[in-house]
Ligand binder design. Structure first.
Ligand code: T46
Length: 138
């Protein structure tokens, strides 16, 4: 199945408020629609840096601005959609087969990613023409 940008959405995660601060929890099967196989985070990203520029065949992910803010541009080969992440209780669910670009990282921002699969370079599509061919394949 091929997903579209309309299938990708920002999920509002529950917040446990306490007098000394908040907690947000992400749990396999409960809050998340897949079991987490890998966690990674981007940090010390220069403010003018642009990351991404690829898609994944199978991988799906939740992306959270654990600190600061940044913008994701998702692209399904026909439509693009921009998502601004700026709060730790908002998780962008990126489905498989979607091209992504990331920009506008604020100073000190941390981009936390919960991934459905282990890292594999074979799952990447790093060339945009290859991506469009993949999208147009039946
Ligand atoms: C996404 C954004 C938010 C590893 O060795 N293991 C890993 O788990 C990852 C994610 C990366 N790497 C290596 C592979 C490359 O040599 O780190 C280097 C940069 O990786 P990548 O091009 O994947 O980095 P980003 O920040 O452009 O993209 C990553 C994810 O791939 C992408 O799916 O949504 O972070």
């Amino acid at each position: 199945m091929k997903y579209n940008v309309e299938d990708c959405e920002i999920v509002e995660l529950p917040i446990v408020h306490t007098e000394s601060g908040n907690i947000t929890v992400m749990e396999n099967q409960l809050t998340l629609s897949f079991d987490i196989k890998r966690i990674y985070y981007l940090y010390d990203v220069p403010m003018n840096a642009e990351r991404g520029g690829h898609a994944h065949y199978e991988l799906q992910q939740y992306v959270v601005a654990a600190s600061g803010s940044f913008t994701f541009i998702l692209d399904d080969g026909k439509n693009k959609k921009e998502f601004f992440l700026n709060h730790p209780n908002k998780a962008l669910h990126i489905k498989a087969g979607i091209w992504r670009e990331m920009k506008n990282f604020s100073s000190g921002s941390i981009c936390l990613v919960l991934a459905s699969l282990e890292y594999s370079e074979k799952d990447y599509i790093r060339n945009y023409t290859d991506f469009l061919n993949f999208r147009n394949r039946k």
